[in-house]
Design a protein around this ligand. Structure first.
Ligand code: NAD
Length: 488
């Protein structure tokens, strides 16, 4: 049996306290991929200690010098896109095109951050006094804790870390416990790039390791992406007045609004992609379809037909549209929500919670398979199934009558505000939605899917706290100083 993979601390592969290990699993087959050391709070403590020490020299380099290490990482992401995309797919079950897209998005983010190193930083600001020069200058904040989810296991860590590093912070990275192999590759890339010891550190592990970052006052900044449940817990611990800061990107209960002016082909395509792509396990996936009464029946027939027949398959197969859920525990959670919807009295249209053996691809019997679950509900009903994020192919059809104002009222009737889409050929409706839907990301006549690193990406309300784009992550990982100089 191979030795378990280790943590990466102070430029070395180390076992940490080495008392426990865990395994990474292929969710499509149930096969064990590799074994990893499970990081403890004392391993995090060690990583923070070395990251704090390394910060003193790292911050003295120019931004352009720091970015040089990132360019090496960028090149590796580009050269190895296909190979790494396959690893993403094997470890997190995304369809292979999505596995590769994860790596490409990571490359875009690293390119953005490293390229930004040559752009101006700070501002020259006018002063009321002629002989005074005034500037806004940025300073790094120190050790940045990066706590990331499993569903974009290469892209999101780089989304956090590339900007933090270029701005002069050091990093302690605690990846998701479901995707340690992807995290191992990220650490190998920084090692290959020769990043100075202690600047980038990775401790594999679970929530207790993440919590040890959050609890440690030596970490002024935490960049977190994951569930609202965990994010709100973290935000509660990092009080606003302590000088510590957390940027949280969390989940949603996203919706596609389909008005009476929609092109039905576009509507069906948007709904199917938004609800079932990556088996509903994207933060932007839509679990609510808000459909105007005039086209409701026709839309429902077409959507239900697809939901009843869409096949699950081996995610490594280019033809596969829907892969597995990430792990047994998550499949159980999705099944429980399907059951909850039944108990809450909704009208069930498609229930493929339990797939027939014949529907499961050969050799994949131990994967975590769940098919679409589709139901109709009253948009005004107080139901948990239409309010809480399920993170699976669990979809409510909500019929509405009236104008776009009514559709947007339903769209906004959620504590979340991450993403949403509208399908309509009427520009008044589209403009109303654009201006009034409470969302960080809004898509018009498109699926509710997609991120580009130069655009904001992040939610409002319970879905995020305002650091949604690469440029805003700069705000999270730097302090601004007003610097004034007497020039007389
Ligand atoms: P999760 O919240 O369970 O875990 C995220 C990370 O937090 C993991 O690394 C986990 O180990 C760590 N963690 C767990 N408990 C912790 C604690 N008490 N203290 C510190 N760290 C802790 O999320 P997940 O299941 O990995 O990912 C799915 C969720 O992420 C969904 O809700 C999805 O919507 C959200 N998400 C949001 C975005 C976005 O950009 N808005 C992107 C991707 C995923």
């Amino acid at each position: 049996m191979a030795e378990p993979y280790q943590h990466y601390i102070d430029g070395e592969w180390v076992s940490g306290d080495g008392s426990e290990t865990f395994e990474s699993e292929n969710p499509a087959t149930g096969e064990t991929l590799a074994e990893f050391e499970r990081g403890s709070p004392s391993d995090i403590d060690q990583a923070i200690t070395v990251a704090e020490a390394a910060y003193e020299e790292w911050r003295e380099l120019s931004r352009i010098e720091r970015a040089e290490y990132l360019w090496d990482v960028y090149q590796e992401l580009r050269d190895r896109t296909d190979e790494l995309g396959e690893i993403v797919t094997k470890e997190c079950g995304k369809e292979i095109s999505e596995g590769k897209a994860d790596v490409v998005e990571a490359a875009h983010m690293v390119e953005w951050a490293a390229g930004d190193a040559r752009h101006p930083s700070g501002d020259i600001i006018p002063s009321e006094i002629a002989a005074k020069d005034a500037y806004m200058r940025r300073k790094p904040r120190g050790v940045t804790g990066c706590i990331t989810p499993w569903n974009f296991p290469i892209a999101i860590p780089y989304w956090h870390m590339a900007v933090a590093l270029v701005e002069g912070n050091t990093v302690v990275f605690k990846p998701a416990e479901q995707t340690p192999w992807c995290a191992q590759i990220i650490a190998e890339m920084f090692d290959d790039a020769g990043i100075p010891p202690g600047v980038f550190n990775m401790v594999q592990g679970f929530g207790d390791a993440g919590n040890a970052i959050v609890e440690d006052d030596r970490v002024p900044t935490v960049l977190f992406t994951g569930s609202a449940e965990v994010g709100h817990k973290i935000a509660g611990k990092l009080g606003d007045v302590s000088g510590r800061r957390v940027a949280c990107e969390m989940g949603g209960k996203n919706a596609v609004v389909i008005t009476e002016e929609a092109d039905l082909d576009i509507a069906v395509h948007s709904a199917v992609m938004s609800s079932f792509k990556t088996t509903g396990q994207r933060c932007v996936s839509a679990e609510r379809l808000i459909v105007h009464t005039d086209i409701y029946d026709e839309f429902k027939d077409r959507f239900v037909e697809i939901a009843s027949n869409v096949a699950v398959g081996d995610p490594l197969d280019e033809e596969t549209f829907m892969g597995p859920l990430i792990e047994a525990e998550h499949a159980e959670k999705v099944a429980r929500y399907n059951e909850l919807a039944r108990e809450e009295g909704v009208n069930i249209l498609v229930d493929r919670t339990e797939l027939d053996a014949a529907e499961i691809p050969d050799g994949h019997e131990n994967g975590h398979w769940i098919g679409p679950f589709v139901y109709e509900a009253d948009p005004d009903a107080d139901l948990r199934c239409i309010s809480e994020e399920v993170f699976g192919p669990h979809v409510a059809l909500l019929e509405y009558d009236g104008d776009i104002e009514r559709a947007v009222e339903i769209q906004n009737d959620t504590p979340y505000g991450l993403a949403g889409a509208i399908v309509s050929e009427d520009y008044r409706q589209i403009n109303y939605y654009r201006d009034h839907a409470e969302l960080g990301l809004a898509y018009g006549n498109l699926p509710c899917i997609g991120a580009e690193v130069q655009l904001p990406f992040g939610g409002v309300k319970k879905s995020g706290n305002g650091y949604p784009s690469a440029r805003e992550i700069i705000e999270a990982v730097t302090d601004r100083t007003a610097w004034t100089l007497n020039n007389s």
